[in-house]
Write a protein that binds this ligand. Sequence first.
Ligand SMILES: Cc1cc2nc3c(=O)[nH]c(=O)nc-3n(C[C@H](O)[C@H](O)[C@H](O)COP(=O)(O)O)c2cc1C
Length: 357
Amino acid sequence: MNRFGERFTITTFGESHGKAIGCVLDGVPAGLEIDEAFIQSELDRRKPGQNEFATARKENDKVEVLSGVFEGFSTGTPITLVIYNTDQKSGDYSNVKDIFRPGHADFTYFHKYGLRDYRGGGRSSARETAARVAGGAVAKLMLKSLGIEFTSGISAIHGIEAQTLDFSYPKNSPIYALDKNVEEAQKTAILEAKNAHDSVGGVATVKISNLPIGLGEGLYYKLDAVLAEAMMGINAVKAVEIGEGTHSAELLASENNDPITPNGFKSNHAGGILGGMSNGDDILIRVHFKPTPSIFIDQESIDTHNESVHVSLKGRHDPCVAVRGSVVAESMAALVIADMVLLNMGRTMDGIKGYYL
Ligand SMILES: Cc1cc2nc3c(=O)[nH]c(=O)nc-3n(C[C@H](O)[C@H](O)[C@H](O)COP(=O)(O)O)c2cc1C
């Protein structure tokens, strides 16, 4: 299962230390202007090695379009985007060749497949998420022409919560903080963990704006369900909340319901989704990332012969994956919405007649 979506689909390929990673997008309508500079700029937001809050790996992440685009426009055929791997240090992983890193996917990959590409985690490496960001950029280009916009940032690091969400601020912050007032404390939490050879978790918030009403299916392809699946499919994501999220279970209906006025909703506890469909308000998604599993502290594990070992990892790892993960979450949201927009087109006879007659 390397494919996501029903009408606007993405299939990703490649491993962390293989030749390349990339994606094939199918279902992109013909005639969309494919702005390669924009795709690259999205990858640049996710790429590592940019500051002390991310891994020092210097991945260039230069995207190439291999198919599906002619004279700058999509042709309606599969679009293939490829990113060649350039900064692999496979030697960093030789000491974990026969060892399962606690918190990582080595244990399950080995037991499921009987072998694994241990270099950088192979397919389980979050390197794969660069392909999702490239694909998500194409989805964003399509949705931009409909006025639909995506933003994201960091709301919490190691329990230090943003008190306000200012979506214009993350571009000024090396940790993509949404609240300037807690940014320093959040940065300190990351650096303290890093200096202690440990890592921290965090929460990213994604906002989707200017949606039409009615995206999402009422029952088995509910917008909130598919967004949650998309987010949970990102490496290290352990929980997803829409709108008021888990807090809604602590509220009275009179506190949680959003009053409706002729001018729209008075509040947005629903996070922009009612009955599995967009209600026209902003969609707000909180995406919870666990701490990066690869740390440099001595840990207990076993090897492939079931013998107890102590692991002391080497290599270059993110001290907090939520930071770069926020860009991936935003991209996955774009892929979901692009899919929902195409799925929604057949919902009424009037709509179908408008297209064919
Ligand atoms: C953007 C991003 C970067 C990541 N970088 C690292 C890393 O440098 N080292 C690491 O051990 N895990 C990293 N991870 C997390 C692992 O890929 C993930 O924890 C692992 O595949 C196990 O999957 P699970 O945590 O979903 O169970 C990263 C995740 C994301 C989203």
